[in-house]
Design a protein around this ligand. Structure first.
Ligand code: ADP
Length: 391
């Protein structure tokens, strides 16, 4: 007992009532020697393992296999010193199988404990992640709503100022210039606030779609119209391929889908050096239509193909961002793709990107795939009644 206690001295502060346990173990060994039954030992091992997990002691600190190999060493050494060789061998013949069974149990208990701790740790990390995600979402929602009020004030006073413009020509020109600046600043801020509100709605499953008959080719044309001057300025070649199905009527939220295709196209323009090529193409699949928007831009590292669809998942340095909506690499806050993903998924679709990698010299380009279900009627009953009764 004493030698055992000495060899396991490290555990004295960790395991409560270590001596009691050691006493029980030797009692169990004595019992086992008498009737070759290891069940008492197994019970002690289980009790010990239980105490470990209840106390949340790290499994690395207490390794039951190590405890039992120590006990085996101490026991054999003591017996060898105190017994005649023949008696020692006879006792070992009974003891070794007992220890071997105990070691098997100890190893199983260690494994179980490690799993238990790993699961707990995973649960803890998952809870922390959920909390972080929740506070990120709360922050976006609160910030967006707080920003909206002063923004509305600025917009209101700007339009009042416009009406109260001086009539004198030179002063009028100066004031008009200032107003133009305020206007573009507030529009940009309004876009960001709207994006923040959209993201928080998507996060909280509050994005309500207004299903109406839509034609994808018309949405693509509106996107082209929206960016026409930028495309000319940036010397990009923009093409819409009218693939089979693109002119067919389907049900979807036209405004939200326009927003989604506008975001992808804005990115294609932003992340492609001047004089690039952007193509909207697609194909019809059973029950789905797949739209593919490809560009000849800087591309995206395969490691980042999932991350870019996460909130604030913009790549590159923050310092280089927010320089403009369509300027080369003029990244925004990184909300465009998460919103696009939210819109596409709310339609029952999917979005993913294909790109060989990121290379600003070779420009491998990116291909964004958007899969949308071909709906021949709106999914909700009320909208269905409205449209179908008109047919
Ligand atoms: P951002 O406001 O930064 O453009 P997005 O959510 O729209 O945010 O995009 C996230 C990130 O994905 C971008 O910062 C950019 O690094 C990358 N990205 C998106 N589209 C493209 C593209 N067509 N080519 C290269 N990189 C892209």
């Amino acid at each position: 007992m004493e030698k055992a206690r000495y060899s396991l001295a490290d555990l004295a502060g960790v395991v409560p009532h270590l001596e009691d346990y050691l006493y029980k173990i030797f009692e169990g060994l004595l019992d086992g020697i008498k009737d070759s039954d290891s069940s008492l030992l197994e019970q002690i091992i289980h009790e010990w393992a239980q105490i470990e997990s209840e106390n949340q002691i790290s499994p690395i600190k207490i390794n039951l296999v190590l405890v039992w190999t120590n006990l085996l060493d101490v026991t054999c050494e003591t017996l060898q010193n105190q017994l005649e060789a023949a008696e020692y061998v006879r006792l070992c013949a009974v003891l070794i199988p007992l220890f071997s069974r105990a070691l098997r149990e100890a190893s199983a208990a260690d494994l179980k404990n490690k799993l238990w701790f790993a699961e707990n740790e995973l649960k803890r990390v998952r809870q922390t992640l959920e909390r972080v995600e929740g506070s990120k979402s709360d922050f976006i929602s609160v910030a967006a709503h707080e920003l909206r009020t002063p923004l509305t004030l600025i917009e209101g006073y700007t339009s009042m100022l416009r009406e109260a413009m001086p009539t004198e020509d030179s002063r009028r020109l100066q004031a008009a210039l200032c107003l133009k600046g305020i206007n573009s600043g507030t529009r940009r801020l309004r876009d960001i606030v709207d994006d923040m509100i959209d993201v928080s709605m998507i996060d909280n499953n509050l994005l309500a779609l207004n299903f109406q008959p839509i034609w994808l080719n018309r949405i693509f044309e509106s996107v082209q119209r929206e960016f026409q001057s930028t495309l000319t300025e940036r010397k990009h070649d923009f093409q819409i391929t009218l693939f089979p199905g693109s002119k067919d009527m389907i049900f979807g939220d036209g405004e939200r889908l326009f927003q989604a295709f506008r975001n992808i196209t804005a990115n294609a323009i932003k992340y492609t050096p001047d004089g690039g090529r952007i193509v909207i193409d697609g194909r019809i699949l059973p029950g789905f239509v797949e739209v593919i928007i490809s560009d000849t831009g800087i591309g995206i590292d395969p490691d980042q193909h999932t991350r870019i669809f996460e909130k604030f998942g913009r790549l590159g340095s923050v310092a280089l961002h927010s320089s403009g909506k369509t300027k080369f690499k003029g990244g925004g806050p990184g909300l465009g793709l998460p919103i696009t993903k939210g819109i596409v998924e709310a339609h029952g679709g999917a979005i993913w990107v294909e790109s060989d990698g990121y290379d600003e010299v070779k420009c491998p380009g990116s291909k964004f795939h958007i899969m949308l279900p071909v709906r021949k009627s709106p999914p909700n009953d009320r909208a269905a009644q409205f449209f179908l009764s008109k047919e």
